[in-house]
Design a binder for this molecule. Structure first.
Ligand SMILES: *Cc1c(COP(=O)(O)O)cnc(C)c1O
Length: 414
């Protein structure tokens, strides 16, 4: 391979020999999930007609309706909305929250502060009058995690006081390096508590979590799980979109926010996106396994080189994110340069730190992706601040992702 040092090639060879059992585990999960997905295709008698879309109102869009049944079956719940008209994960989450919450209700986040982009949705940040949940009289409270776990006792105590309509969980650590990503089993334990109370929904931000385990949060009792189609479940083929999956009641309420009351899920032309959404789901378990292998390889290499990594290479994984504390701005830029130069698109471009709107620190990003901003594809980003942590994720194929990682390793460990 061009431009990779002999030293790095040898290090990767040794790493891959050591990682064989770890990789086999990812492949095992992918096999189980792939079986579920293919079974759902069989059960719903997918035919070529489903791959074509509708225009206008999109009445009787068989492709869309069948795909939503397939998602529900695969995730293990009653219903789903899977739409290319959902512009991002944040939009899908906003649909979920506005769909379920009413004036006077309380939203209780039990994994600390939610993902940054939700601040203005909830009304923690931003100007009053923008139409946030807070503007509509929805109250916000949070309980922080305790030693990396949900503080179940505190949550139960709060629920006893009443007023909470939505208990909100962010499964992935996202860009909070100091917390754990949650396995579905722990979300299941929370679901048991939440369902001891009437009229409370458990909603999960499932971004980056799909198909990393053999089961999903809704199968463990969550009322709703929400994600982006340019992350895991889109399999790298969805060009845009988001999904919500859960109970019939929760999904129906969200459908009135997706379109409008009285209309719900029965409209929404799929245009020509159905094929990508079916085929993307079909590929998703394999693509997620590739991303996990890339994460484990990076963890192994940079861990052995003396950097603090999370998770460590052999640790159980519940999302596709890998962090590496690189210790300096120089190393962060070197890492991102390497990832960028090993990407299929814009490999000749040099990423530089910049003042991104909405962020306090400068941020540097590497993303040479087919789909703009798709983080199921090999990508990395890092705010320039101690301990100089880079967040790394994706890799549509392990065979190409490993090249980006080798280039990053070469750049950092000269
Ligand atoms: C990606 C992500 C979101 C949504 O982000 P978008 O960029 O709007 O798709 C929300 N929560 C978490 C944990 C995420 O990783």
């Amino acid at each position: 391979m061009k431009n990779i040092s002999e030293k790095t090639l040898l290090a990767v060879k040794a790493a891959e020999a050591e990682l064989a059992a770890v990789f086999a585990k990812f492949d095992g999960t992918a096999k189980t999930v792939a079986e579920k997905i293919l079974t759902a295709f069989y059960d719903n008698r997918v035919s070529e007609a489903h791959l074509h879309g509708t225009t206008g109102y999109g009445y009787d869009d068989r492709g869309r309706d069948t795909l939503e049944r397939i998602y529900a079956q695969v995730m293990g719940c009653e219903a789903a909305l899977v739409r290319s008209s959902i512009v991002s994960g944040t939009h899908a989450l906003a649909i979920g929250l506005f769909g379920l919450l009413r004036p006077g209700d309380t939203l209780l986040s039990v994994t600390g502060k939610p993902y940054d982009t939700l601040d203005e949705v909830i009304g923690i940040e931003g100007e009053a009058g923008s139409g946030s949940l807070s503007d509509f009289g929805v109250r916000y409270e949070q309980t922080d995690m305790k030693n990396g776990f949900i503080d179940y006792e505190k949550v139960e105590k709060r629920l006893h006081k009443g007023g909470v309509k939505v208990v909100f969980v962010q499964r992935s650590k996202g860009y909070a390096a100091d917390r754990r990503t949650l396995p579905v089993e722990e979300i299941g334990r929370l679901a048991k508590i939440v369902h001891g109370f009437d009229n409370v929904y458990l909603v999960v931000d499932n971004c980056y979590g799909e198909f990393v385990q053999t089961s999903e949060p809704v199968a463990f009792g969550a009322d709703l799980q929400i994600g982006s189609l340019i992350k895991n479940p889109g399999g790298g083929l969805c060009r845009t979109g988001g999904y919500l999956a859960g109970t019939k009641k929760a999904v129906e309420l969200c459908s009135y926010r997706l379109t409008s009351p009285g209309i719900g899920a029965e409209v929404g032309a799929s245009l020509e996106e159905n094929r990508n959404m079916y085929q993307g789901l079909f590929f998703a378990p394999t693509v997620v396994a590739s991303a996990l292998k890339c994460a484990a390889l990076a963890s192994y290499l940079f861990g052995k080189a003396g950097f603090r990594v999370s998770p460590s290479y052999g640790e159980e994984r519940y999302d596709i994110i890998q962090t590496v504390d690189l210790g300096s701005e120089e190393n962060i830029c070197a890492f991102c340069r390497g990832i960028q130069s090993g990407s299929p698109i814009d490999s000749y471009v040099t990423p530089e730190p910049w003042d991104m709107p909405g962020y306090t620190d400068r941020v540097v990003m590497a993303a040479g992706t087919f789909t703009s901003g798709a983080s199921i594809e090999l990508s990395a980003d890092a705010p320039i601040r101690p301990p100089y942590t880079v967040y790394f994720q994706g890799g549509l194929t392990y065979e190409t992702g490993r090249i980006g990682i080798m280039r990053a390793y070469d750049e950092v460990v000269k």
